[in-house]
Design a protein around this ligand. Structure first.
Ligand code: FAD
Length: 458
């Protein structure tokens, strides 16, 4: 107790670390159950799209990188029927790079049930954990994602990555093939320099984060002026925090479910957690930030989500009764998650009205959208199928949250007015992403206990 325990307000929110942690004690078990129901565990995704930005040949041959597909007969007929009826509606969408489609309000390229090239994956058979995917290929992707933040931000990662990769510029070294307007290429041109992380937030002392975390929380965020630009505006911070929080959450899953290659056993790896997370409190802080942002999106869309058809029971045959019972339990769980997200202090934890309000709000929002869409395409460059699966799903989940918070008004969220606002895949991605983040927060608590045990042994 008391180790690695952040306290006080989470920057850019109206929420305390303590509030999120306390809520998570109820939220995590509820989400952990919710994502096992058929509606939430089946995700259709195209894992074989070509990387549109550079030639990617770093494919991970490790068997832990592989993805197990779902059984075709487990996929409800109505999803396939819906998919077929939607195939011809893409004319209403804009076309992005590589023939991908998106709606004007989308913050990312949405994988959906209508995608003829996609495969259904049962997420519960493919846990996000250590795969062994690392090195230049992984670093190129992370670097490209941070450089996509062409608002001019970076952090130690950029300089570190340039050391480990073949060249210092993702765009130059990787032979960019094409990007959305204002994307990676302009990010490189318009980056405005690389800023340094603030001093004092990091330490090479492993025990640092376990004793003094609250002092450094959120300070890896770049506060240094960028080419005279001054402190970053709130929207740019949000962008960076979301990416860094996603990166940190993935790292937590790697450390929490780590393969000891000598014994062949899976177990939490404290050293991994210390070097990747605990000595970088700002990264952990960004995981909490993502939790608050996703919870607010779920709360805002609660009436819409409550009305969503998550039933999967067959209408004929021997499975009808069991299917209906499973649907009822899934609905109860969903209602519980919505209640938790919408209730108590969390309801106001993040105020979307604080953002995109200035003179340049419209341009900023468009930029934000464009960059986030590019991030979703960069995911096609991840050279490990399982990492790509979870990378795509989580970018889509965050993109869905951003759409709910920043692209639609209350009227558009009315399920009667706008029943098709969210596709099934967006709902699935939203709740599974919240589950990933929530599981990360639970893992942080576990690591705290593991660390405390090592201290008492000494
Ligand atoms: P990396 O995590 O690759 O980080 C590179 C650099 O970025 C660091 O040196 C640091 O400077 C900076 N950095 C690190 N974390 C943050 C942060 N939170 N915020 C800001 N800057 C940061 N591997 C698996 O084993 N399982 C997976 O499921 C998996 N999924 C992945 C999904 C994606 C989309 C990608 C791109 C990679 C994935 N990987 C996965 C690989 C994994 O993320 C690491 O790249 C790999 O483990 C090598 O880690 P690393 O220590 O070299 O640092």
């Amino acid at each position: 107790e008391g180790y690695c325990s952040p306290s006080g307000p989470i920057e850019s929110t109206h929420c305390l670390y303590e509030t999120v942690e306390s809520l998570n004690h109820q939220l995590f078990p509820a989400l952990h159950d919710l994502v096992t129901y058929p509606f939430f565990r089946h995700y259709k995704v195209d894992l074989f799209k070509e990387c549109p930005f550079w030639y990617e040949n770093g494919f991970c041959m490790n068997r832990n990188c592989g993805v197990e597909e779902a059984n075709e007969e487990d996929i409800p007929e109505k999803w396939r029927a819906k998919a077929l009826s939607e195939i011809n509606t893409s004319a209403a969408h804009d076309e992005g790079v590589s023939g991908c489609y998106f709606k004007e309000q989308d913050f990312c390229y949405v994988e959906d049930d209508a995608d003829q090239n996609g495969q259904y994956v049962d997420l519960t058979l493919n846990p996000e954990r250590f795969t062994g995917y690392a090195g230049d290929s992984a670093h190129n992707v992370w670097r490209a994602i941070y450089e996509e933040n062409c608002f001019g931000l970076s952090e130690a990662s950029l300089s570190e990555l340039s050391k480990t990769s073949s060249s210092s510029s993702a765009a130059n070294s990787l032979g960019i093939k094409g990007l959305d307007k204002g994307g990676l290429a302009s990010a490189v041109v318009g980056a405005g320099g690389i800023s340094k992380p603030s001093q004092g937030a990091q330490s090479s002392q492993p025990g640092y984060a376990f004793s003094k975390l609250s002092e450094g929380w959120g300070t890896e965020m770049v506060k240094a002026p960028l080419s005279g630009e001054g402190e970053m505006c709130e929207e740019k911070k949000v962008y960076y925090r979301v990416i860094s929080g996603l990166h940190a959450s993935i790292s937590i899953h790697i450390c929490a479910d780590y393969l000891d290659q000598t014994t062949g056993e899976w177990a939490p790896n404290l050293d991994c957690f210390i070097s990747r997370l605990a000595t970088h409190p700002e990264r952990l802080s960004n995981v909490y930030f993502n939790a608050v942002l996703l919870l607010r999106a779920v709360a805002r869309a609660a009436p819409y989500l409550r009305a969503y058809d998550i039933a999967t029971a067959p209408t004929l045959g021997s499975g009808v009764k069991a299917g209906r019972e499973s649907d009822r339990l899934a609905k109860d769980r969903l209602d519980e998650v919505l209640r938790l997200a919408d209730g108590g202090e969390m309801g106001k934890g993040f105020d979307e009205g604080d953002f995109f309000t200035g003179e340049d709000a419209v341009i900023l929002k468009e930029q934000f959208k464009t960059h986030f869409r590019n991030v979703s395409r960069i995911m096609d460059c991840v050279g490990c199928d399982k990492c790509r699966l979870w990378g795509k799903l989580q970018v889509s989940g965050i993109g869905t949250a951003l759409k709910i918070l920043f692209a639609v008004d209350d009227k558009a969220l009315d399920p009667k007015v706008n029943p098709d606002l969210l596709q099934r895949s967006e709902v699935v991605a939203l709740f599974n992403t919240l589950h990933r983040i929530s599981e990360s927060l639970a893992a942080v608590e576990e690591f705290r206990k593991i660390y405390a045990a090592t201290q008492s042994e000494e």
